[in-house]
Design a protein around this ligand. Structure first.
Ligand SMILES: O=C(O)CCC(=O)C(=O)O
Length: 359
């Protein structure tokens, strides 16, 4: 592992991504002599090679990504991301406006600066109420999976009068066939913002919609109601769209400002955290509850600490669209779309790398 970058260039003939990873990891190997650390990098590297060949990440390599994030306080991810960006240049986008507003390069760079500093951004522009209403209707007529649940093959139509779980999740395939969702997935303003933040062609890696309910009296860890950070990909950005009004009572998304950059050592563990643990390390002003009317759109780098606040009353419907710089990491869905809108069909073919999960 103590091989130098230029030596690697000469002895290996990999494709662009694996070369990027090799360069980045060789730099990291010089960063530490510790055997466990080197072993973790080796497993990651082998896993990455295997991913490049098969588009499938070995579980152990994914676990090593999570561990390396903690042990390097994010430095590992930043280095690999720099490597990926050398070989995966962003698109030349001629049009950058959409649901996030009239975006140009100046506006995008202001927003990116804010996300780099705070870890999240709440857009002035909101999703139209018409679309929110149509998606609420979709969420009331489509089967969803109560979660957590004693049985995971018991999808139900959401019935707010007979709650059985703190959240109800929709199958990705069921929602991506909807044309309103498709137009958000290929929205050019979201694409432009994601690629500016990631610094490369973004890969659309998940679309999730779920109801949160006040079924339980306490915060449920499995329902993401305790603070945690995500580490399913190397670098990623999530767009949350509130489809119902969200107040402090019905489950606002909470984010710890600046916690995506680096974390206090005591919190560099891959687990859930009590509010009191977070409060010991961050000031009240930096622990933010994001409330907003239906249509509110938030971009967040959820490698920072975040949670969905436990609901005291009511319910919340939210849609989440995520982009990453690689599909390496947790399993993802490959989706056979059987009802493409014209726009979705055109854009998924135009930006094939980004929409590679959609057949
Ligand atoms: O429900 C929320 O606002 C939090 C969701 C969350 O933790 C996540 O998407 O990673």
């Amino acid at each position: 592992m103590n091989i130098k970058s230029n030596q690697l260039m000469n002895i290996i003939e990999p494709d662009a991504f694996s070369l990027a990873v090799l360069l980045a990891t060789s730099e990291l190997a010089e960063y530490s002599d510790d055997a466990t650390f080197s072993k973790a990098i080796e497993i990651f590297l082998e896993g990455y090679h295997s991913f490049v060949e098969t588009q499938f990440t070995p579980h152990e390599a994914y676990l090593n990504l999570r561990w390396l994030y903690c042990i390097t306080n994010g430095y590992f991810n930043d280095l690999i991301s720099d490597g990926i960006n050398q070989f995966n240049c962003p698109y030349q986008l001629d049009y950058k406006s959409g649901v996030l507003g009239e975006l140009d390069d100046v506006k995008i760079s202001q927003i990116i600066q804010k996300i780099n500093k705070d870890g999240f951004y709440v857009f002035e522009q909101k999703l139209s109420l018409d679309i929110c209403e149509r998606l609420n209707y979709l969420a009331l007529v489509t089967l969803s999976q109560p979660y957590p649940s004693i049985s995971y093959d018991q999808k139900n139509i959401y019935d707010r009068r007979k709650l059985v779980a703190p959240i109800y999740k929709f199958d990705e395939l069921d929602i991506v066939n909807n044309h309103d969702i498709q137009s958000l997935v290929v929205d050019t303003s979201i694409l432009a913002l994601a690629q500016s933040y990631l610094g490369c062609k973004p890969i659309q890696d998940s679309v999730v919609m779920w109801w949160s309910t006040n079924f339980e009296k306490e915060a449920n860890s499995k329902a993401a109601q305790l603070y945690h950070f995500d580490m399913d990909r190397i670098k990623f950005i999530k767009f949350f769209i509130y489809l119902s009004e969200v107040t402090t009572q019905n489950g606002p998304h909470c984010y710890v400002r600046g916690s995506h950059q680096s974390k206090p050592l005591e919190l560099l563990q891959d687990r859930r955290f009590l509010d009191s643990e977070i409060e010991q390390h961050y000031s009240k002003q930096d622990i933010v509850e994001i409330i907003g009317s239906a249509g509110t759109i938030i971009a967040a780098d959820t490698r920072g600490f975040h949670k969905g606040k436990h609901l005291q009353s009511g319910e919340r419907l939210v849609l989440q669209i995520e982009y990453a710089n690689s599909l390496f990491g947790a399993p993802y869905n490959q989706l056979n779309i059987n009802q493409s809108s014209k726009k979705f069909f055109e854009l998924k073919n135009k930006y094939k790398d980004t929409y590679c999960r959609f057949n």
